[in-house]
Ligand binder design. Sequence first.
Ligand code: SAM
Length: 344
Amino acid sequence: DTELKKEDLQRIIDLMDGFKSSKALFTASKMCVFDLLQSRPGLDAAQVAQEIKASVKGTACLLEACVSLGLLKSKQRACQKPVYENTDLSSRFLLSDAPSSLRGYIQHCNDTVWPLFSHLESAVREGANQHEKAFGKTSKDMFQDTFYNSQEAKLRFMNAMHSIAKVTGRAVATAFDLSSFKTACDLGGCTGAMAYEFTKAHPGLSVTVFDLPAVVEMSEHFRPLHTDNRVSFVAGDFFKDELPKADLYILARILHDWPDEKVCILLSKIANACTAGCAVLIAETVLDGQTPYSALQSLNMLAQTEGLERTESQYADLLSKYGFGDMRVGYTMNFLDAFIAIKM
Ligand code: SAM
């Protein structure tokens, strides 16, 4: 059994090549290849190169890589050059204006996560994020000094959050029966994408999105076509300011940004605002010791934030300190799982 199994070798090759696949996807997305081939399917490499203002050699190479990854299809008639079109997968997730577009998040992965991951070794040695090495910025306040340090950076971050929240929001909003709750507060609710999914799924629920003033001032930019007057926005700092009153507090991708000390400050404020029967709903990818998605997402948090991902029992321990019980977890098989706890 020292014989090399073909599948094992392939598995290692896939792991070694993962970064090449990611970067090919990011590059094609950034250069608008998928949007172009949606409006003009059937272009050859030279035509694509001209449109995206790139070399023919490089474009042909990138297009073939996308074909091999299932992101494009190519057709070739006898003696002619191959022509390209999108696959169903890229039409669903990679176009700028698709309802389930992940383009905003892909751009964040390329521009922010990729440089941070090139310093992963330092992140592991230091147990700290790598904004200073990757971007030359010292940050006292993670959001103000890094993610929101220019209008462009802020919009890019908000677009990234928006795209994941849109794709995952319904699964989170319907993970539990929430019919007994009339008012919710989405703490760090960003663009409101998650809040709109909650009101869509629960006709009796109103949601207040609470986020930093710099974020709330952009909320109009992300308002859906069919406005929903059950979603409202309040600006503030959830570590310092009074929290809006609600029956249900939503924390979607908030706790994974922060170390336990700061999570405890936030949970104690929420607990003080809650009466018995109120609830906290946490949306995070829950570490389960098996799936690479949550474990790799935890490395992502290490390189990018002050936090990390946590297990179900770590959430349960944190919440029980503040008088929450009757906890349940819903594994959604989407980017985010859902965890609910009731104030006793
Ligand atoms: N909940 C959104 C989602 O899941 O799409 C956004 C998650 S994003 C990782 C973290 C959010 O927390 C950002 O919108 C950020 O502006 C907000 N935030 C960070 N610090 C905050 C603070 N001190 N007070 C209020 N909001 C804060």
